[in-house]
Every structure is written in structure tokens, then in C-alpha cells.
Design a protein around this ligand. Structure first.
Ligand code: FAD
Length: 554
């Protein structure tokens, strides 16, 4: 490991020694047992010791090693087994299952840690001259197989970890723009900005373990995108090392200079080069930040309310609503309340019953407000009216505050579930508003049919996570109870059913996770054959030898 560059555990999410706990959440084990029939109080299947893995030896030639050492110094050329395995995968559940089984695929031969853009350029040129494969690495948090070298790759595989390029370089306070190096992780970046009174406002659930370059390369979106925009809106300019040259896009609010090169880089997943820095929009830290919780009697009511909130004069920072199953999951995953809390929940349930709501069908919603106290008061007033008009009711800021505190711990639950034979992952899409509710119903049915076809129990739930003028993103979490050797086949059947339902019913393959290899089978259905043709020509033109992260996207 390189000092100052964070590295996730080789077998799962986040840092070593940190794991999901449910001892303080008494409703969670009964919930899981009831929904998918799995007893999480039973002993767990722990990941194997690293030493039991059969890591293929590095194939890096002595000549290429010497070249890299001359460029960045011996210390930053790493080829020990654990570093190479960490850089072999992202964090999709397929990656997690495979790495636990020791199915390592084509592990990179070397991991490089450049400290300047010039070093990145020299690495790319040396690697391509040696006909090696170059794979940029941010935090390794993607879930679409965007990092793994192709099976059977016979060329040398070089992973370029961007973690030493981690500084906020300058802030143009007059324009609200910051120039930031691509390898910086979310918390480090926000700390540097905050010290100068600014925020970028991009907070994906993977914030702690993902980087600015990775966000750009996958077209990421954060939970506050309703106010701050997706990364595609936030990034105004950038620099990218390409074979033999450096792309420099100055920060501009907008431009009419032909097909957007900036947009071509966004979502390019390392296939066009290595992004070294970006100019991003930054904002003054708001005076007030509040997350208010609401309940709706049905998902349809919640969706309609979110649409109206986003269309209203209340420019909220977040408007999300969970479907009934996700609402039950959130409530079961909450800590045991004290006396006051449990009296309050009972009182709230009584009010809902008095309104004639089916408590199994209720949907929880969070709406986020930011700005001056006056602005927040005004926004809350507007939102309260919309909530009421859609049969909803507010329950205050308590649940939202808890959600805010714990939001970055949630990813650890997937490893815990896997320990208990539950294979869980997520799929997300956008549709126009007109199809949002019907898509939700269709995905639920598709998952049930897929589970039935495998004779397995499982669950799917979702929330509306990001909204736009014409539609919204729905984020589906699914889990299958399968601890057999064939669990990835079951996962594939369910995952395929979800993705196919998306493209068949007005959705895109992905709103913010990108394509990688996981979603590439649906690209022609998503953007048409002609769209794939354009992308292919772009990649071939810039990278005729197919050295830059080949096999991803198309
Ligand atoms: P990596 O995983 O390291 O790389 C992803 C791709 O980008 C690869 O193709 C890589 O080659 C390329 N790349 C990385 N850095 C560069 C660079 N400097 N130049 C060129 N190419 C580069 N995503 C969201 O958008 N929103 C979420 O809320 C969200 N939540 C998640 C929650 C969990 C639990 C998990 C596991 C993932 C989540 N993701 C989310 C997905 C993931 O975090 C994003 O795709 C993220 O943008 C990846 O960033 P990274 O730095 O980890 O990139």
C-alpha cells in the first residue's frame, strides 16, 4: 500500500475491520427471515484468508518495469499479490462472489501510482509503445465490471491508480469553479473545499470510497443531484491524457463548439484516456441543511408528490420516496428506539390507521432543504402543501437526521448478506414521468418471475432517487437467497430480467452506474445500432490498438 492512498479491503466494501452490525436493530433479523427465509443469526460464511488465493504471477517484463520505475520511482511501481487483486475488480456482487471463491480472472500485472500529469502521460505512452493494456483506477467502487481486464488478455495489464493526484489545486471564487485532481476521494475533496468555505455537493452513496475521476468516467450522480446536478452538470472543464497528447477543455458555462467533447469524456470509463483533473462547479456552504421525512399511503402518491415538488418553486436538494418494501426495510434496519421514540412511532401509526392507510403499503420519503433560514422555511411551506395535496403527512426531521448520519455505512450490508447466502445488488434507470410507476410494477413482476424460474426466494425494492423536468431515476435493490455454487446464475437471471425490463419499458440501461461489461449487452437497445457505431468509431479512432481499458461499454 502507498502511504496516503486509501485502499479498500480485497474481499469487500470499504475499510478492513468495519462491518455491518444488526445487534442493535432488533427488527432486522425477523424481517429478513420473513421476507427471504434466511436466518442471519446463524453462523456466517466468512471470506477465506488471502493466503488461500491462487494469484497468477505478474507477467510484467523487466524492461517495462524498469521504464515505469524510471518514470515514477521504484516505490510507486507495485506488483505484490494483494495490491494486484484489489485492482482486479470493482465492487459488483459478481466481483465479491468471485474474489471470495478465488476466481480471480486476469489480474493486472502491475499497479502504478503516478504523482503528476506528466508522469501519467509518460506511463500511457510507454505502455502503449509496449502494446500493454492500461486501466485507470479511482476507488475501485464501480459495480459494472468497468475495471477488470478481459479474460484471456495476453498483453501486459497495467493498472494506473490515481490516488496520489488528490489536491484541490485552485478555486475561482468569482466564478464558483474549482480545479481539482482526479484521484481525490470524496471526503478528502470536500474537506479541502470546506476549509475554504465551499462544497461541490456531489454525494454518491459510495462517496467515501470513490474519486472525482471515477465519477466523471462513469457519469455518476449523487443523492443531492436535484440541487447540485449530476457529475455531467458539475464538471465544466477537464484535462485528459490520451495516447501521445493531452486534451484540455477550459471551464465554460456552456458552449456551441460542435459535438461536445466534454460529453464524450463523461462516461468514457477509461476508453479514451486518463482524466487527470477537472474544473467543477462549487457552491458556498449553505447556512441550513435539513432532511424532512414524510409518509404517503402509496408509491404512486409519493411519485406524484416528488414530481410536483421538483416542478415547484421549492428548489429542493433532494426528493426521494421509497416503495412499501423499501420502507419496511428501512424501518426494520433502524436502531431500537427509546421510550419517547417508540411512543412517537405508535402515535404516528395510529394517525395513519385513522386515515385508513394500509400500514404494509406506506411509503417513506425524504426531502432535503438547503439555504438561508428564510429560504428553507419558504421551501418547507411549499413542500408541505404538495405533500398534503397528495395524501401525505410529515413526521419531522428525526428520521432524516439518522439517515444523514448513517448513509455511508449502508454499503457494508452487502458483504454481511453474502456471508449469509444472500446475493444482493442494485440496478437503476431513468424513464420519463409518464412511465415511472408502470416501470416499477413491471420490474417487480419481472424479478418475481425470474426468482420463480429458479425456484428461489428473493426480494426487490426501490426508491425514486433523482428527479428531472421530464422524468426520474428509480433505484432498485434486489437480493436472492441462494448460497449454492450456482448463485451467480441466479443473480444473472434476475439482473438480466431487470435490465431487459428497463430497456423494454422506456428506461435506460443505467442512470449513473455506467456500462462496463455488465450492461454492455443492452447498449444497442438503449442507444440504437447507430449509436453504438458512433461510440465504436470514437474508441477505435483514439485507441486503434485497443490498449485503453478494452471491452468496456461496447
Ligand atoms: P473506479 O471504480 O475505480 O473506476 C470506474 C471506471 O472509471 C473504470 O472504467 C475506470 O477505468 C474509470 N476511471 C477511474 N478513474 C479514472 C480516471 N481518472 N480517468 C479515466 N477513467 C477513470 N455511483 C453513483 O453514481 N452514485 C451512487 O450513489 C453510487 N452508490 C454506490 C454504492 C455502492 C455500495 C457501490 C458499490 C457503488 C456505488 N456507485 C454509485 C457506483 C460507483 O461508486 C461509481 O461508479 C463511481 O463513480 C466509481 O468511482 P471510482 O473512483 O470508484 O471508479
Amino acid at each position: 500500500m502507498i502511504q496516503g492512498v486509501k485502499q479498500q479491503k480485497w474481499w469487500g466494501w470499504g475499510e478492513e475491520g468495519k462491518a455491518y452490525q444488526h445487534a442493535d436493530k432488533p427488527k432486522f433479523a425477523p424481517f429478513v427471515k420473513r421476507i427471504v427465509g434466511v436466518d442471519i443469526n446463524q453462523p456466517r460464511m466468512s471470506p477465506p484468508p488471502f493466503e488461500s488465493l491462487d494469484v497468477p504471477p505478474s507477467r510484467l517484463s523487466e524492461e517495462l518495469r524498469a521504464e515505469f520505475q524510471a518514470i515514477i520511482g521504484n516505490k510507486f511501481v507495485q506488483s505484490d499479490d494483494e495490491t494486484r487483486v484489489v485492482h482486479a475488480f470493482g465492487k459488483g456482487v459478481r466481483d465479491l462472489v468471485r474474489v471470495r471463491r478465488g476466481e480471480l480472472g486476469r489480474v493486472p500485472d502491475v499497479v502504478l501510482y503516478p504523482g503528476t500529469e506528466e508522469e501519467v502521460a509518460r506511463i500511457v505512452d510507454s505502455a502503449i509503445a509496449a502494446d500493454a493494456v492500461v486501466i485507470p483506477f479511482g476507488g475501485g467502487s464501480n459495480i459494472v465490471a468497468a475495471l477488470e481486464a478481459e479474460p484471456g488478455e495476453t498483453r501486459q495489464v497495467v493498472s494506473v491508480n490515481m490516488g496520489r493526484l488528490n489536491k484541490v489545486l485552485e478555486i475561482d471564487a468569482e466564478s464558483g469553479l474549482a480545479r481539482i485532481q482526479a484521484g481525490v476521494f470524496g471526503p478528502d475533496m470536500e474537506d479541502q473545499l470546506k476549509a475554504r468555505g465551499w462544497t461541490m455537493g456531489h454525494h454518491p452513496d459510495s462517496f467515501v470510497w470513490s474519486t472525482l475521476g471515477g465519477w466523471i468516467a462513469t457519469r455518476s450522480s449523487g443523492m443531492q443531484s436535484d440541487k447540485y446536478g449530476d457529475i455531467a452538470d458539475i464538471v465544466r472543464g477537464l484535462r485528459m491524457v490520451m495516447p501521445g497528447q493531452i486534451l484540455n477543455l477550459r471551464p465554460l458555462p456552456s458552449t456551441s463548439s460542435g459535438p461536445s467533447v466534454r460529453e464524450m469524456v463523461l462516461g468514457s470509463e477509461g476508453r479514451l484516456g486518463i482524466i487527470t483533473e477537472a474544473w467543477v462547479q462549487v457552491h458556498r456552504i449553505p447556512e441550513v441543511r435539513e432532511l424532512q421525512a414524510y409518509f404517503f399511503p402509496s408509491y404512486g402518491d409519493g411519485l406524484r408528490a416528488c414530481q410536483q415538488i421538483v416542478e415547484s418553486d421549492a428548489a429542493v436538494m433532494m426528493a426521494r420516496v421509497s416503495d412499501p418494501m423499501e420502507t419496511q426495510y428501512i424501518m426494520a434496519n433502524g436502531k431500537k428506539s427509546g421510550r419517547v421514540g417508540s411512543l412517537m412511532s405508535k402515535a404516528i401509526s395510529k394517525v395513519m390507521e385513522a386515515k385508513g392507510w394500509d400500514l404494509e403499503g406506506i411509503c417513506m420519503s425524504f426531502v432535503g432543504f438547503e439555504g438561508s433560514p428564510n429560504h428553507v422555511r419558504y421551501e418547507k411551506g411549499l413542500v408541505n402543501k404538495i405533500v398534503k395535496a397528495n395524501q401525505g403527512m410529515g413526521v419531522g426531521s428525526g428520521p432524516g437526521t439518522l439517515y444523514d448520519q448513517k448513509k455511508y455505512d449502508t454499503p457494508y450490508i452487502r458483504d454481511f448478506m453474502l456471508d449469509h447466502g444472500l446475493v444482493a445488488d442494485v440496478s437503476e434507470t431513468t424513464t420519463p414521468w409518464a412511465y415511472a410507476e408502470s416501470l416499477h410494477t413491471k420490474v417487480q413482476q419481472a424479478v418475481q418471475d425470474a426468482l420463480d424460474s429458479r425456484g428461489k426466494r428473493g426480494v426487490v425494492f426501490s426508491h425514486l432517487s433523482h428527479s428531472y423536468h421530464s422524468g426520474a431515476c428509480q433505484y432498485f435493490t434486489f437480493a436472492v437467497a441462494d448460497d449454492s455454487e450456482d448463485c451467480l446464475d441466479t443473480y444473472d437471471v434476475v439482473k438480466r430480467a431487470i435490465q431487459q425490463t428497463f430497456v423494454d419499458h422506456h428506461g435506460t440501461v443505467s442512470h449513473h452506474h455506467g456500462v462496463g461489461e455488465e450492461h454492455s449487452p443492452w447498449m444497442a437497445e438503449d442507444i440504437s445500432e447507430a449509436g453504438v457505431f458512433i461510440q465504436r468509431k470514437l474508441f477505435e479512432g483514439i485507441d486503434p490498438g485497443s490498449n485503453l481499458n478494452p471491452g468496456k461499454i461496447i
